[in-house]
Design a protein around this ligand. Structure first.
Ligand SMILES: [Zn+2]
Length: 122
């Protein structure tokens, strides 16, 4: 959505020697690129929050309350949103790869967006 603000970040995560049979043990990540992305996201959040306060009259207390609700929606108040692990629709095992097109347990085909499913409605 805000990709135009943050530039081309396709190479931020570059696994070394990643293959289907040799998953990477340590990811190579450029810290400066990640810091730039965090800075850009922080700026965009501040701009959006300022816009919402000025145009709709929301308060900081309302923002804190909804942040608390969203944080708690995964069952843990830990300051982050944890996406629950996806489960194979056929064998019900926890999926081991976010990019696999087939279940690594039973071979069932997996559809795009399986990891993006959420019951929270958020
Ligand atoms: Zn399966």
């Amino acid at each position: 959505m805000f990709g135009y603000l943050f530039g081309d970040l396709r190479n931020v995560y570059v696994p070394s020697g990643a293959t289907a049979y040799n998953p990477p043990q340590v990811a190579k990540v450029d810290f400066n690129q990640l810091q730039q992305r965090v800075d850009s996201l922080e700026l965009a959040c501040a701009a959006l929050w300022t816009l919402l306060k000025h145009t709709n009259g929301f308060t900081d207390e309302q923002l804190k309350e909804i942040i608390h609700q969203i944080d708690a929606s995964d069952g843990q108040l830990d300051g982050k949103m944890t996406v629950p692990a996806a489960v194979c629709p056929v064998c019900k095992h926890k999926l081991l790869s976010k990019t696999a097109t087939k279940c690594l347990w039973c071979g069932a085909p997996l559809h795009a967006g399986l990891f993006n499913q959420s019951d929270s409605g958020l």
